[in-house]
Design a protein around this ligand. Structure first.
Ligand SMILES: [Mg+2]
Length: 180
């Protein structure tokens, strides 16, 4: 009981602290910080051909999830309009990339950095790999899932791929309305 109470107090203190930081940034007129997910938002899932090719090359069984295939991230393409949209948002917002790497796929941790360096080199130092996205400070997170801390994130969640944010077009209309 006491341990549970202590855990809840710690969690609450963390939330208050993040809120304080958010408010002070807002008061000082700092630009909004936007966190963007990789898989399913900036990075497209593998095509069946790519997935099959890697499975054959590494001898992976069909019950291995694609994200656990070695080096699979090196072969993934950006989502439609993702790179252009990231760069456009970066002209107005403080942009960061936040992604969860599979614990069972060591190469994914390096390959995600390589992917960012290849496709958005200016964002290489803006990449955070974590399973606790809710611990990060930001005003908005663009993510296709609610998992890995997104649900407890301090700011707004733009649920990418879900109504009304079906793709980058809708996200840009929301965050860069002056472009209309
Ligand atoms: Mg995702």
């Amino acid at each position: 009981m006491e341990t549970e109470l202590k855990r809840m107090m710690d969690e609450l203190e963390g939330k208050v602290r993040r809120l304080e930081i958010g408010v002070s940034r807002f008061v000082r007129g700092q630009e909004m910080t936007i966190l963007v997910d990789l898989d399913g938002v900036l990075v497209a899932p593998p095509t069946p051909e790519i997935e099959r090719g890697i499975r054959i090359a590494v001898g992976a069984s069909s019950d291995t999830h694609w994200s656990d295939l070695p080096n699979v991230f090196l072969y993934l393409k950006p989502m439609d309009g993702a790179i252009e949209s990231y760069r456009l948002l970066a002209t107005k917002y403080d942009m960061h990339i936040v992604s969860t790497a599979p614990w069972g796929n060591d190469s994914a941790w390096t390959d995600k950095l390589k992917w960012v360096k290849r496709h958005i080199p200016e964002a290489a130092k803006r990449l955070t790999l974590t399973h606790r996205k809710g611990d990060l400070i930001g005003d908005c997170i663009i993510d296709d899932r609610k998992k890995n801390g997104v649900e407890s994130f301090m700011g707004r969640h733009i649920h990418f791929g879900h109504e009304p944010f079906f793709g980058w077009k809708e996200v840009l209309e929301e965050l860069m309305p002056s472009r209309r």
